[in-house]
Design a binder for this molecule. Sequence first.
Ligand code: NAD
Ligand code: MG
Length: 360
Amino acid sequence: MHSLNVDLGERSYPILIGSGLLGNAEFLRTHIRGRQVLVVTNETIAPLYLEGLLESLAGFDKVDSVALPDGEAFKTLDTLNRIFDTLLEKRHDRSTTIVALGGGVIGDMSGFAAACYQRGVDFVQIPTTLLSQVDSSVGGKTGVNHPLGKNMIGAFYQPQLVLIDIDTLTTLPDRELSAGIAEVIKYGMICDAEFFAWLEVNMDRLLARDPEALAYAIQRSCADKAAVVAEDERESGRRAILNFGHTFGHAIEAVQGYGNWLHGEAVAAGMVMAAKLSQLRGWIEAEDVARLSVLLSKASLPQQSPANMGVDDYLTAMSVDKKVQDGKLRLVLLRALGDARVVADSPREQLIEALRACGA
Ligand code: NAD
Ligand code: MG
């Protein structure tokens, strides 16, 4: 088993990564402080993993569960209310712990519910998608969508524990696995060139779901993200580098309609655009962009703009992106492979050229 600590002073917490952890009652007993637990999951994950988890929680006084409908479309205040309904109907008090069993949608909603219920109760994340294991379960961002904007209602709220059972990845659809790999590649690009080189050698093992390779990549990704978050918990500066490829990616998601392109797929194409722009700026080399391209194609991730989008679609969508401050578009670019910087002075012509180079 791998373990690492997210270092946030009194809000620090461990991440445990390994096989068979869902069935390990010991870890849950050690890290859950109260006697009451509510497991929040969805209708897809419940038949796969809920029973096993409930068995591990059998020693607690009160254990309830709620299975929400599956999908980003249900990441709303209405669905959140179902968590509160269950907590109140089943008379959970302030000593309860909310356990999120699922992907990023369940993790974000459960964390926000934990931040709000009786002004804050304990929270444990058991992420079951690669994306949630390497990204959304680390860093404390929680929340729901609003019809006028994604993740617009939420809170920073750190869990007591993140338990990553890599066995859950055996049932994850291939496309979701690849979407998670996009974020894994991102860490190599922005802050960990050595890990990027490891990925070049080991991508086939990840795609074959080799447990050791997965555990290593998850641990390294979590460590990279945790280090960035520890420096800047509430995103006033450096944490923004985690958005590498995301400004372009959000434009793709917004125009395609959420769900048609998975987030990781949009980020993959967005990373190529940002890498190309970094090259045009005279920072990274053409060879670095080519290395990214090879990794993405191995993972069957897109590298080109969707055919129905032109340069203007990006410019329009990006000017409303949350990375715009003082009227300037902030972008994350690469000074070198493994060294990301936030810039606010990217020339419009270069931006257009980078988009064109990616098929826009
Ligand atoms: P998701 O939660 O929608 O899960 C993807 C699909 O896989 C769902 O249908 C789910 O039911 C299914 N699934 C989950 N685990 C499975 C398993 N083990 N076997 C089979 N199927 C399984 O999507 P996601 O990619 O995990 O997360 C995306 C969400 O995370 C978005 O809402 C995004 O905003 C959020 N997010 C948050 C942060 C953060 O910092 N809080 C970071 C990145 C993403
Ligand atoms: Mg992301």
